[in-house]
Design a protein around this ligand. Sequence first.
Ligand code: TNX
Length: 526
Amino acid sequence: MFYKYLIQPFTWLLVALGLATTVSCQEPRPAADMAAVPLIPIPASLTATGSSFLLTEKTGIYTAGNTEEMGRIAGYLADKLKPATGFTLAIEATESAPKPGNIYLKLDPSATVLGDEGYTLVVTEALVTISAAKPAGIFYGVQTLRQLLPATIEAKSTQAGPWIVPTGTIEDQPRFGFRSSMLDVSRHFFGMDDVKRYMDLMAGYKMNTMHLHLSDDQGWRIEIKSWPNLTAIGGKTEIGGGEGGFFTQEQYKELVQYAADRYILVIPEIDMPGHTNAALASYPELNCDGKATKIYTGREVGFSTLCTSKEVIYAFVDSVVRELAAITPGPYIHVGGDESHATKKEDYIPFVNRVHTIVTSHGKQMIGWDETAQTDLDATSTVQLWASPEFGRQAVAKGAKMIMSPATKAYLDMQYDKKSRIGLHWAAYIEVDSAYIWDPVALIPGIGAENIIGIEAALWTETVEETKDIDYLVYPRLIGYAEIGWSPQASRDWETYKFRLAAQAPRLKAWGVDYYPSAKVPWKQE
Ligand code: TNX
């Protein structure tokens, strides 16, 4: 008893002395307002406390829990912070909170209230703490931390600093678990670097899925070892007659891993029975007349079909799905099914039903464009709505889940306005505000929150030839789709979003993104 009373004042004295030394060694903290930071996607909740944390060369990144994966996320953060700060931040695993001045990434499996992707970020003058139940949440907290630092943090060369993080608490989690973008690598081929860059940028805005449109009339872009002509013949060109290209299975695996390291799931699409000229040109037996078609470098859609009455078609589909499933860790295979105008409806439905069985037999779930609503769907099927509300309602009536990609709102290949230098406009002109101002669960009567797993913004590449063309159509619209996918609807408002978007300009410039400088956005000049 007596001992207890003796030790207590002594302990307190030590604590007080310790605090006095740490505080006196530190510079006074500049005031900063976390609530004024232009975060995108806007977090579910944020409370600012008015002061700041200072990142210095002495700051370490401490990780608690699942050391290998946490170490990788810490390494990712250190790599992102290095060029602009010039600091090589030390990374260390720990079991308790680090000393003041450090960043603490704390995996806490019991903190499940914010779900699989949620995180809590607490910034005090002493520490930056990101905690989450799953590594994905830690990764998204890291993205928020990047945005809380000055925009110069994204520069490729050393900048002046000071590297201040405003203090406060963010508790955040996504509205939808599926936040996706599609890149069509078939109409024009885009290689490893373009796809990786696409993923890097998506990850910065917390998107978690990338759909690769790997085959179409103009090109077959994934190696299938049992049907080698698909790439040897079908992969050798593209729209306009360029050289095309394809991913070997090894390259595809590298992309899948690159994506996984950024908490992005890859969904491969092989479009069928239409959009198949590249396959039909590669193998005569896939055609009803037994003759290979000519390779196609134009822009038309809806003229090709696999010969669905031939048994070889199903051997072909089985091989393709089997090989693709073996290199795709994610649960989905997308089988297209859109615009099969050259396939009779009485052939289309049994074809898709059989393809569905093949996909299931390889342990995967089928996704199809909205036309697949006409087939025998079930609760494991997902339908991607792009054009038809009626097909959408049919799909949900059959129990299928929905991905919302309405062409009038979410097609990245639509022109912004009549003056856009590339893009199509068959669905709409989609200015940056129009791309942002819609609610996926309120767009189509009969398709609501209980049906919708998320959204996908699709970039078809008929008019997209180079990296700078991707940038022009995708940015800044993709940033808005990221916010639609993540943030609560009640927090979204174009009049405030446009200022947050404007403030992304220096970051986009630092990344070398050649975005469309829409007049609707009050761009912030440096
Ligand atoms: C329709 S959307 C298509 C694509 C085109 C796109 C151009 C869909 C499922 N099919 O084949 O590339 O329009 O905007």
